[in-house]
Ligand binder design. Structure first.
Ligand code: TXA
Ligand code: MG
Length: 341
């Protein structure tokens, strides 16, 4: 009982901060967002300042549901209605022609707006009470790892945010799928938990470039810079076939602070290192990441942050296999790491 009353109070405070042009960080099912009133140019400006985000990178406008979304899109095609019915609230963002009430600053001056109804009770309570669009990028400094807990937000943004709503760790863990509905066929600009295979039964064929070349070159999603989601440590990716080479390399560097992120369990890898000596203050971490994409995504960003906190200097990440279910993680890891030198 007391808990529900506290939450109400937090939501009311959050709404009055938004109405006054302030910043509220809030949980979603994907990552935490840094929110401002998307109809207030000065408020939106504070988001860019707090994040150090280039003004050319547009923001997602969060809404409670499709009924609110259609007020802020200049067009609401059948495909948008069908997708909202099938996937909202959820990790799917729809790019549509921008309605006039969304300030140009929230859309980086463009003619389109990205809209999404997030699947988190606190976010939905906030959006319903605010009854308008909340512009919110991930609540991290630009190019850094997205936050998946309230503590991550505090570490990233501290006093730059007026209120942080704490909804616990995010269930999905990586950012929403961004789908451009202004092109035919619609096109995935950023892969996420909702894949082309999920979308096709609802709207037919979808363009889903496997990201390495296509998205990085495209001007329509300026947020898709090559370097993004990056930990402070140097981070390199390697293919499963290269594991023996990596192990040999790491054995030569037992004195360095490194971490090895394996995909699932690899019999004998940890044992191979147990014998080699090391100084007590040098972190050397062998981590088995989940072998399924959903569980991997849920842990990825918290793991990278944790390794930074432990002052690991170099992180070696086993790259996920081909296949659409890993596409979003390949995308994030491609941006967070560089190939092995
Ligand atoms: O899961 C998410 O999407 C999280 C949570 C907070 O909702 N938000 C998020 O926002 O990841 P942000 O700003 O970090 O990423 C938004 C992405 C960027 O790649 C941006 O370029 C793209 O969406 N985007 C936003 N508006 C767009 C538009 N009008 N046209 C094309 N791409 C757009
Ligand atoms: Mg972001």
């Amino acid at each position: 009982m007391g808990r529900a009353v506290d939450d109400m109070t937090d939501i009311e405070r959050a709404v009055s901060i938004l109405r006054a042009g302030g910043l509220v960080a809030f949980p979603t099912e994907t990552v935490y967002g840094l929110g401002a009133d998307a109809t207030n140019a000065a408020a939106v400006g504070k988001i860019y300042a707090a994040k150090g985000r280039p003004s050319t990178n547009p923001l997602i406008a969060h809404v409670a549901d499709a009924a609110v979304a259609r007020r802020y899109a200049a067009e609401w095609p059948d495909a948008a209605e069908a997708l909202a019915r099938a996937f909202w609230p959820g990790p799917l963002t729809l790019v549509l022609p921008r309605g006039g009430a969304i300030v140009p600053e929230a859309a980086a001056g463009g003619k389109t707006v990205a809209l999404r109804a997030p699947d988190h009770p606190l976010a939905l309570a906030l959006l319903r009470a605010f009854d308008g669009p909340v512009a919110a990028p991930s609540a991290n400094r630009s190019t850094r790892v997205s936050p998946t807990t309230a503590r991550h937000v505090r570490e990233e943004l501290g006093d730059a945010v007026d209120l942080i709503l704490d909804g616990g760790p995010c269930a999905v863990g990586i950012e929403s799928t961004v789908l451009d509905l202004t092109t035919a066929p619609p096109r995935i600009l950023r892969p996420g938990a909702v894949t082309a295979a999920h979308l096709a039964p609802v709207i037919g064929r979808v363009d889903a470039p496997d990201i390495a070349t296509a998205i990085e070159a495209r001007a329509t999603s300026p947020g898709q810079h090559a370097v993004h989601y990056a930990p402070r440590a140097a981070a390199h990716r390697f293919d499963a076939a290269d594991l023996p080479r990596i192990l040999a390399h790491l054995k030569l560097h037992a004195d360095r602070a490194w971490a090895l992120l394996l995909l699932g369990h690899r019999e004998g890898v940890a044992r191979a290192f147990a014998a080699a000596g090391r100084g007590p203050d040098v972190p050397r971490v062998i981590m088995e990441m989940p072998a399924t994409p959903d569980a991997y995504a849920q842990r990825l960003y918290a793991t990278l942050r944790d390794l930074d906190r432990r002052n690991v200097e170099t992180i070696y990440v086993e790259f996920p296999p081909a296949g659409p279910e890993w596409a979003a993680l390949r995308d994030r890891l491609r941006r967070a790491t560089t190939p092995l030198p």
